[in-house]
Write a protein that binds this ligand. Structure first.
Ligand code: AMP
Length: 210
C-alpha cells in the first residue's frame, strides 16, 4: 500500500536552496512555488505532496502531524522546543550564524541591557550562560532598527554576509551558534509510515552528499 507523505516547506531563503536539493532527490513540484498562490503542491511523485507555510509554523505543522516531514532552520527548531518531532538530517543549506550585534563603536551599558530578537528562548539561554541580566524584547522582523531608534542595546539575529548589519551601522559581536536547515519528522508518522519515510530520508540524505 502506498503511503502519501506531506513535506512542509517555508517561504524565503530556505526555499531557494531546498528546491534544488529535492530535485536532486527526484522530487519536483508540478507548479512553480515562487509564483503560485497555492499552499498545497503535488509533485512528480504521486506519493509526495508539499505544503508551503511560514518558517515559524513548519515545526508546529510537523509536531501535530499536519505534515509528516518539514524543513526548518535550527533557529526555528530551538525556539519551538522540538516537541513531537525528530530532527533527522542536517541538510547543510541556508547556513548562517546566530549572533549578537550592536551599534559600531558604541559601548554596551553595564548592568541590565535590553536585547531585541525574534529568538527569545535561545537569547535567554545565551545570556543566562553568560551570567548577564537582560530584558528581552520580542520582535518579528527588522531587528536592525531596534538599536538605531534606542529600543534595544543589542539584537540577536541571523547573520549571513553581514551586509544587513553593515548597511544599518551595526557590527556583529558574539557568535552564539552556527545555523543550518534540518529535515524534521513527525514522531507518529515515523512509526506509522516508517518504510516510506525511511526511503525518502535516504534519498534526501544522498542528495545532501551529492
Ligand atoms: P546578511 O545581510 O546576508 O547577513 O543577512 C542577514 C538578514 O537575512 C537578516 O535579516 C537575517 O535575519 C536574514 N537571514 C540570514 N540568513 C538567513 C537564513 N539562513 N535563514 C533566514 N534568514 C536569514
Amino acid at each position: 500500500m502506498s503511503q502519501p507523505l506531506t513535506i512542509a516547506l517555508a517561504k524565503g531563503r530556505i526555499l531557494d536552496e531546498i528546491l534544488p536539493l529535492l530535485a536532486r532527490a527526484d522530487i519536483k513540484p508540478t507548479d512553480d512555488l515562487f509564483t503560485s498562490r497555492k499552499l498545497v503542491f503535488s509533485t512528480n511523485d504521486e506519493n509526495i505532496n508539499l505544503v508551503l507555510i511560514r518558517s515559524a509554523d513548519v515545526a508546529t505543522y510537523v509536531q501535530y502531524g499536519a505534515a509528516d516531514l518539514g524543513v526548518a532552520g535550527k533557529d526555528v527548531l530551538l525556539e519551538h522546543g522540538g516537541e513531537g518531532l525528530y530532527e533527522r538530517l542536517d541538510l547543510k543549506i541556508a547556513s548562517c550564524k546566530l549572533m549578537t550585534a550592536g551599534i559600531a563603536d558604541k559601548a554596551i551599558p553595564k548592568g541590565r541591557i535590553k536585547v531585541a530578537t525574534k529568538y527569545p528562548e535561545i537569547t535567554r539561554q545565551f545570556f543566562l550562560r553568560q551570567g548577564r541580566q537582560v530584558e528581552l524584547i520580542k520582535l518579528y522582523g527588522s531587528m536592525e532598527l531596534a538599536p538605531i531608534v534606542g529600543l534595544a542595546d543589542l539584537i540577536v539575529d541571523l547573520v549571513d554576509s553581514g551586509n544587513t548589519l553593515k548597511a544599518n551601522g551595526l557590527v556583529p559581536l558574539d557568535h552564539i551558534m552556527d545555523i543550518s536547515s534540518r529535515l524534521i519528522v513527525n514522531r507518529a508518522s515515523l512509526k506509522m509510515k516508517n518504510q516510506a519515510i525511511k526511503a525518502l530520508v535516504d534519498k534526501i540524505e544522498q542528495a545532501v552528499e551529492d
